[in-house]
Write a protein that binds this ligand. Structure first.
Ligand code: ADP
Ligand code: ASP
Ligand code: MG
Length: 403
């Protein structure tokens, strides 16, 4: 008998027919003699719809009340899925995040899981029940509901798999696995058989929505092997693990992130300590800075440009305008029309010319590069948002020519 954690995303439970389909996958697994813990997301676009509803009432609603609202989406899903499993004549119990023992910190809207006390889940499993758990949510030390950030149900599933020492953690979604690019956007995207945690973490962080990056971080930390697969077909999926057995590819994928802003400060004094001041003040306000570019000093001044997520742009500009005396009266530009395109692959470490090949693909479609950043296993460029899709297509075609 194995213990299996299965996670189903929003599109997998979007309507009654899909919920019944999930119930069949779960009960087939249970009837094959396994213990099954299921984690579900809110149905379809429920979370987006709830965010819109809140904005109609109060666009500046507190994060605490937002979490109270958003967590309700998953409550609907667990009850409906449990009902569908009952209809398949299997014993089942649905549990909210707190009932399943999820304790988090108090960062409403992007809470981190601190512990999972899985006593209740284990008791239900010992009683031969299938357990259906609401993803994306937990309870903080004030007994308030928190949510884990968009896509957070993946992390709920991995956390449960880790504490329960599950034999398998399956992430069911609406595509057949992890691809070399978003298969909905790039028609020649190839499905990967396997990918390492490190590569998957980069892909997820750089915009491949298929897995939430925190879930990959946690899977690596607790050595939880993940299988990403479709809830709609029976095709084999992608395995995410520490070391892969397949031949080393130069690249694993191309991603895009359009949720970024590019902020430039013009005419910063060219003196020691100014970068420290700027970036420490931003850090104090939890503004995550990504790519940084500084021009050479000329006539005692220089320009500093950096990117951050679009959600942090307003705070960032506010910090620069109000809390750094040296920047008083300086021009601060915020451009939300930028996108970050990245290539990821452990193989590029030992392949000179990878960056040049990426830049050539962009040159061939006449796309201008605004900023560049690299690490051992990734290269990112900042370009105009309008060019993002054709850039991904061109770079993908360059590295993964049609066979
Ligand atoms: P779920 O609701 O199951 O959590 P998501 O919408 O969060 O699903 O993630 C699945 C989506 O991720 C796919 O529909 C696909 O369009 C997108 N995606 C982006 N990049 C990739 C990639 N490299 N491989 C697979 N899917 C990707
Ligand atoms: N329902 C949440 C979201 O849409 C969590 C998730 O789907 O993982 O972000
Ligand atoms: Mg998701």
């Amino acid at each position: 008998m194995s213990l299996i954690v299965q996670k189903f995303g929003g599109s997998s439970v979007a309507n009654a027919e899909r919920v019944r389909n999930v119930a069949r996958i779960v009960t087939d697994c249970y009837r094959a003699g396994n213990q099954v813990v299921v984690v579900v997301s809110a149905q379809g676009d429920t979370t987006d719809d709830l965010i819109e509803k809140a904005a109609e009432i109060n666009p500046k609603a507190s994060k605490r009340e937002m979490d109270m609202l958003l967590s309700s989406g998953e409550q609907i899903s667990i009850a409906l899925l449990a009902m569908a499993i009952e209809a398949e004549h299997c014993p089942v119990t649905s549990l909210l995040g707190w009932q399943a023992g999820f304790s988090t910190n108090s960062a409403y809207g992007s809470a981190r899981i601190k512990t999972v006390d899985a006593a209740r889940v284990k008791a239900e499993l010992d009683n031969n029940h299938i357990v259906v758990v609401a993803g994306f949510q937990g309870l903080n030390r004030y007994d308030d509901i928190t949510t884990l950030g968009r896509g957070g149900s993946d992390t709920s599933a991995v956390a449960l798999a880790a504490v329960l020492h599950a034999d398998r953690c399956q992430i069911f979604t609406d595509v057949e696995g992890v691809y070399t690019a978003d298969p909905r956007k790039v028609k020649n995207a190839r499905k990967l058989k396997e990918i390492t945690y490190d590569e998957m973490l980069e892909l997820a962080t750089l915009g491949a929505q298929v897995l939430n990056n925190r879930s990959v971080e946690m899977a690596k930390k607790y050595n939880v092997e993940l299988e990403v697969l479709s809830s709609l077909t029976k095709a084999p999926g992608t395995i995410v693990r520490e070391v892969t057995n397949v031949e080393k590819m130069l690249l694993r994928g191309v991603t895009k992130d359009t949720n970024i802003a590019r902020i430039s400060i013009i005419g910063v004094p060219d003196t020691p300590g100014i970068a420290f001041k700027i970036f420490s003040k931003l850090a104090a306000k939890n503004v995550n800075v990504d790519v940084i570019l500084q021009s050479i000093g000329r006539d005692g001044t220089k320009d500093i440009t950096f990117t951050t997520s679009a959600d942090h742009a307003e705070t960032a500009v506010d910090v620069l305008r109000t809390s750094i005396s040296e920047l008083a009266g300086k021009q601060i530009l915020c451009d939300e029309g930028a996108a970050k395109i990245s290539i990821v692959g452990a193989g590029m470490e030992s392949h000179p010319g990878t960056a040049a090949k990426m830049f050539e693909a962009l040159y061939e479609i006449n796309v201008n590069i605004q900023m560049i950043s690299t690490s051992e296993i990734k290269i990112s460029v900042i370009i105009d948002k309008e060019d993002a899709d054709k850039a991904v297509e061109a770079i993908h075609a360059k590295f993964f020519p049609e066979v």
